[in-house]
Write a protein that binds this ligand. Structure first.
Ligand code: ADE
Length: 239
């Protein structure tokens, strides 16, 4: 998979792309990540990428030309049309299911803006998807793009080790994770639940399933509305 990020601040991605799992995924050649300054594509002699809004008003608007030319150039190197994702507060709320969908693509281009807005023709004719990472306004799309890159890349086969990929499966069940503990069994009087020390595998699995359900019910009851609960799970919730 190839992910290009079109931004005016490519340096923001340096540490993120060169650390931890994203770094390893590139070293294993499972993904190619590229943060590209789209100012280099502008045809304006002063290197401007924005202009005043037609009809007047405050703020500047991103011109279509630099972004259309940047996407066309990035596309010449591949055969298929890439998914072109605009990060913006008006976009579709980002969810794990969208990360899973994007992880099946060969090529994604993420567009980040730092201005009042984009010329609408970018949305209408260039962009295939619009994503918001939450109901708050960031100074630009860069951090949202990092969230999308990270959540997509970790789903690519071979990126995570077995332990971690099992965790991601548990999220995709639609429930929050159960609590975790490590040594010591008694830390300053705070004890690990006895069942986890029992060595009884079936009891441990049942405790984890119950805790996961309980936690989801307490913190994110909305997640349970979308989920089909078994008769046993319903019984646990009523206990
Ligand atoms: N750009 C500014 N705010 C944003 C948000 N909440 N999600 C995605 N992109 C953004």
């Amino acid at each position: 998979m190839k992910i290009d990020v079109l931004t005016l601040f490519p340096e923001m991605f340096t540490g993120v792309f060169e650390s931890s799992i994203l770094k390893q995924a590139q070293e294993k050649e499972l993904v190619h990540l590229n943060a590209c300054d789209f100012r280099q594509y502008t045809d304006n002699k002063h290197l401007k990428v924005d202009d005043y809004p037609y009809g007047g008003g405050a703020g500047m608007v991103l011109r279509p030309q630099p972004l259309f030319d940047a996407v066309a150039d990035l596309q010449t190197k591949t055969t298929k049309k890439p998914r072109v994702v605009l990060l913006c507060p008006q976009g579709e709320p980002y969810q794990q299911s969208k990360a899973e969908e994007l992880s099946k693509e060969d090529h994604i281009v993420l567009l980040c803006g730092h201005y009042e807005g984009y010329d609408e023709r970018i949305r209408e004719y260039l962009v295939t998807d619009e994503i918001s990472i939450g109901d708050y306004v960031l100074t630009g799309g860069e951090m949202a793009a990092m969230v999308v890159v990270d959540s997509v890349v970790r789903l690519l086969p071979g990126v995570l080790g077995n332990d971690e990929s099992a965790k991601s499966d548990s999220f995709s069940t639609g429930l929050l994770e159960h609590p975790h503990y490590t040594r010591p069994a008694d830390f300053r009087g705070m004890r690990v639940p006895d069942v986890l020390l029992s060595g009884h595998h079936a009891h441990i699995e049942e405790w984890r399933a119950k805790e996961s359900l309980k936690r989801t019910w307490q913190r994110r009851p909305d997640l349970l509305e979308k989920k089909h609960l078994t008769a046993e799970e319903k019984k646990w919730l009523l206990q």
